[in-house]
Design a protein around this ligand. Structure first.
Ligand code: NAD
Ligand code: DAU
Length: 365
């Protein structure tokens, strides 16, 4: 099954749709007038999200208002099997795109428990329900990370067959979830695909991650903490390019296959941070703050800090004709624009009012 699956999926369950990539993916699927290469999606989206600190339901409030028949939000934890099962039943779910996860490496070092719960057991629950409703499930796509492969030296790239060698509790929990997904494909013949992507950046990213953290700190003249010597390398991909890749896989990919997704955009952290400093200097000069680069402060390294990630994405390029559309320069300008235009979003996220707002809207879980 491929090509026309976008129109065959009637009720697509998206987990973690109130987080960074999930929000962008839902907006991408439900936005009209996207560039011509987007296969149609004509069904309904059911977004299941626990609303952790990283999940913001008002990321999608305009979508909810514009598409009352095509977008539904369900406040639920993927570790809560009965809530998940109710969503599968109530909405006759026939496809799954699984983003929900604890996603921040530093948090996983301090408090790994939630990572094992959500990333491993939550994924297991979804797989069990996919098995239970196997007759009607047309597609199950699992979103994963390049961090499962561990660290590269100065040479080489991660391919789809690179052995797993995770370094952090986060990447170990994602590695475990990937293994479960593959095992369910082989054992139960479920219609599954998996993707391992490099570092995303763009709108709606929680400002604990490198790029939004540095943008916001540089804007307010706070220190820019660079771990270790700043020479760790990440491969950056604009989030909408990741969304296009996921949808490409879900409409043209082959069941049982894994696809690496990356930007072919390797950068040392220090170069990323300096580039952002220079853009902000040009766009938002501030005499009181002075040189943004002077805010850079080298701090204690992250334990188990992987030195270099680099994705070989030849397979998805060749087999599915996907390529990133943004360069790092254009993507970064768009990202900075977004954070400058959305200071209310930033204030809410930073002030913690989000938690109160979420509790008022949806009750504490
Ligand atoms: P995020 O932290 O911004 O969002 C995670 C979302 O999942 C939030 O809305 C949160 O409320 C929700 N969630 C967490 N635990 C949940 C639970 N138990 N039940 C239901 N919902 C829950 O994460 P992100 O950066 O958008 O990442 C999404 C996925 O993509 C993750 O699986 C991550 O491993 C993967 N990924 C991320 C990147 C990246 O650079 N951000 C790169 C490759 C892969
Ligand atoms: O590679 C994909 C992964 O990218 C995803 O699976 C993760 O969910 C996502 O969080 C991201 O992980 P990283 O650990 O690479 O992202 P982070 O933004 O935390 O850090 C990027 C690099 O910047 C990393 O080498 C650590 C460094 N860093 C990060 C922060 C937050 C700093 O030097 N200073 C900082 O303050």
């Amino acid at each position: 099954m491929s090509g026309d699956t976008g129109t065959l999926m009637k009720n697509l369950l998206i987990t973690g749709g109130c987080g960074f990539i999930g929000t962008n993916f839902i907006r991408y699927l439900l936005s009209p007038g996207e560039s011509g290469d987007k296969p149609a999606f004509t069904g309904r989206i059911v977004n299941v999200d626990k609303l952790t600190y990283a999940g913001n339901p008002d990321n999608l409030s305009d979508i909810e208002a514009r598409h009352p028949d095509r977008y539904r939000f369900v406040h639920a934890d993927i570790c809560d099997v009965s809530a998940l099962e109710k969503a599968f039943d109530d909405f006759a779910i026939d496809a799954v795109c699984h983003f929900a996860a604890e996603s921040h490496v530093d948090r996983s070092i301090v408090a790994p428990d939630a990572f094992v719960q959500t990333n491993l057991l939550g994924t297991f629950n979804l797989l069990e329900l996919a098995r239970k409703y196997q007759k009607r499930i047309k597609w199950f796509h699992h979103i994963s990370t390049d961090e499962v492969f561990g660290s590269l030296g100065e040479q080489g790239f991660f391919t789809e067959t690179t052995p797993y060698d995770p370094s952090s509790p986060y990447s170990a929990s994602k590695a475990g979830s990937d293994h479960l997904v593959r095992a369910y494909r082989r054992t139960y013949d479920l219609p599954m695909t998996l993707s391992n992507c490099s570092n995303n950046y763009g709108p709606y990213q929680f400002p604990e991650k490198l790029i939004p953290l540095m943008i916001l700190n540089a804007l307010s003249g706070e220190p820019l903490p660079v771990y270790g010597d700043g020479k760790n390398v990440r491969d950056w991909l604009y989030v909408e390019d990741h969304c296009r890749a996921i949808w490409r896989i879900m409409t043209a990919g082959k069941f049982g296959e894994t696809y690496n997704v990356g930007g072919r955009c390797e950068m040392q952290n220090i170069d990323v941070v300096e580039k952002m400093c220079d853009i902000l200097e040009r766009r938002v000069p501030d005499k009181k703050i002075g040189s943004r680069r002077k805010l850079i402060s080298f701090v204690k390294d992250r334990p188990g800090h992987d030195r270099r990630y680099a994705i070989d994405c030849t397979k998805i390029e060749r087999e599915l004709n996907w390529r990133p559309q943004e360069s790092f320069d254009t993507g970064l300008e768009k990202t900075i624009d977004w954070y400058l235009r959305n200071s209310d979003w930033v204030k809410r996220v930073q002030s913690g009012q989000y938690r109160q707002w979420m509790a008022q809207q949806y009750g504490e879980r």
